[in-house]
Design a protein. Sequence first.
Length: 282
Amino acid sequence: MKINTVFSLILAAGLATTSYSALAGNASRAVQEMTQRDLQALPKTKFGIDLMTTGSVRSESAFDARGVVIPNAEVTLGAGIAARIELMPFKGGEEFHKGEALVVFDCARQNADLRGAKANLTKASSHHRGKVRLKARGAAGAQEVRDAAADRAVAKATVDGLQEVISLCKINAPFDGRVVERHAQTHEIPAANAPILTVVDDSTLEVDLIVPSTWLRWVSKGTRFKFDVDELGRSYTAQVDRLGAKVDAVSQTIKITGMFVDRPGNVLTGMSGTAKFDPPTN
């Protein structure tokens, strides 16, 4: 009787295990089928890429990447001195040429200080020359000559310092470009080192792209591509100008910089778009 009971328990356990395995297998197949259906139902974005970022690519087997247009240089000019702004002739968006005055400060007080310092330098120089002549006649000692020379050096240093300050009373354009933003206005007195103007050199435009590092097998300097600008709905020819110095080990991507073959007049910095490369031939 006991032996029959044991056999019955073993048989029941085996049936239960078989039923559990069958249920687990059915559940696994159901999850796989559901996953495939869900993936097929996902919405497709334009060009198959994420249009919300500027550094996404569809996959390693696709040859388009998001990019953004950047200028040749963008600089924020700051106030070298704390003085009233007398003149700012260029407004946002206006063009200027290298060497033109972008900001002029009222430096009347600094100029007055310079005139006084030059007068002191003249006096100290005359005193030094007099001591040198007196020493030659035996009427002055070497220490007096050294003291007079030191006074002259101090006066000269004061003049040089004020001339350097006055050189900051005008900010000249470092290149041909355009004004992006004015951070101060005429008649204001900004603090020293406060931002005054942001200017951009857009004589040449570049395109920053983030692409898979495997593209290095066929992308090199001079490789051409089409860049579709979102804001304009137009396509322009560009070429790779330089490759990034480092591959991101985590995302396995690299930054490349392209340049328009012909500088388009209606493309502005900050515009974004899609770079389309021809598939590699091998």
